[in-house]
Design a protein around this ligand. Structure first.
Ligand code: M1P
Length: 265
């Protein structure tokens, strides 16, 4: 299946006007961390004949290319809008829109103070074991790990159990909030050995600014489909946002069923 933006009607001439469908990736378009199915790809291209489509994923474009750009397809050809890292990397019809980054937003001086505090705090922690990479510097966030991101699988499990009884991460986050009350940062303890630190508001709603700029407010119906739409899930904020029409789905098959029903596919 070859796909090119030129084979679809122009953005502002799709039959279902003023409408865009945005999709979470993991659990919505693909099984978690797996490849998209040919059925889903086929249905998305049928949908694209009718409405504008885009994805909004938390991970970077490389991961989305792996999951969605199967069989040599280029993910940027499959969607009108690609929003990687919640929209910090944004692509419209194959062209890059202005991007943003954690360090651009925070600035070197403030980041240096934050990193120094974190490293001092970790140095003073008495843990059963410590490994390496205590701060992972990502484009849109930093990830902080008291044990270090180089921990093995077994060390991860052990740390997670240890953290449950000692609340190391919870107390660490509280200390950071106290030390940097004016930084405008959100702290999220999502995984086993670390927590994420990113600017408040840099959740999936971040991508909406790009959508809303289109054609001086062309999009009046912004549908969002996601599986983690519950409070605390990473689809929650965009799902609840008054600017979107949220759809909770349980798996890619459920997304397809919902699309067939909504758009008569
Ligand atoms: O998806 C949840 C978290 O998964 C990883 O966390 P950990 O290494 O602690 O298990 C990280 O990728 C983290 O950024 C992410 O939020």
């Amino acid at each position: 299946m070859a796909v090119a933006a030129a084979q679809f009607p122009p953005l502002f001439s799709r039959p279902v006007a003023n409408t865009i469908c945005l999709f979470d990736v993991d659990g919505t378009l693909t099984p978690a961390r797996r490849h998209v199915s040919p059925e889903m790809l086929g249905l998305l291209q049928k949908l694209r004949e009718k409405v504008v489509i885009g994805f909004v994923g938390g991970s970077d474009l490389v991961k989305q290319q792996e999951q969605l750009g199967v069989n040599g397809l280029n993910v940027v050809d499959l969607f009108d809008f690609c929003f990687a890292e919640n929209g910090l990397t944004a692509i419209r019809l194959g062209e890059n829109l202005p991007s943003n980054s954690f360090i651009k937003w925070l600035g070197e001086e403030k980041y240096k103070k934050l990193a120094n505090f974190i490293l001092h705090y970790i140095a003073d922690l008495d843990l059963p074991v410590k490994r390496g990479t205590f701060i992972e510097f990502r484009n849109g966030m930093i990830n902080v790990s008291p044990i270090g991101r180089n921990a093995s699988i077994q060390e991860r499990h052990d740390y997670e159990a240890f953290d449950k009884t000692t609340n190391i991460r919870r107390d660490f986050v509280a200390a950071l909030k106290k030390e940097f009350p004016d930084y405008g940062l959100t702290y999220s303890i999502g995984g086993q050995i670390s927590f994420d630190v990113f600017p408040t508001g840099w959740d999936k709603t971040y991508c909406l600014q790009h959508v809303l700029k289109e054609g001086e407010g062309y999009f009046k119906e912004i549908h969002f489909f996601g599986d983690k739409t519950y409070n605390g899930g990473n689809d929650y904020e965009i799902f609840m946002d008054p600017r979107t029409i949220g759809h909770t789905v349980t798996c890619p098959e459920d997304t397809m069923a919902e699309l067939r029903k909504l758009f008569d596919l």
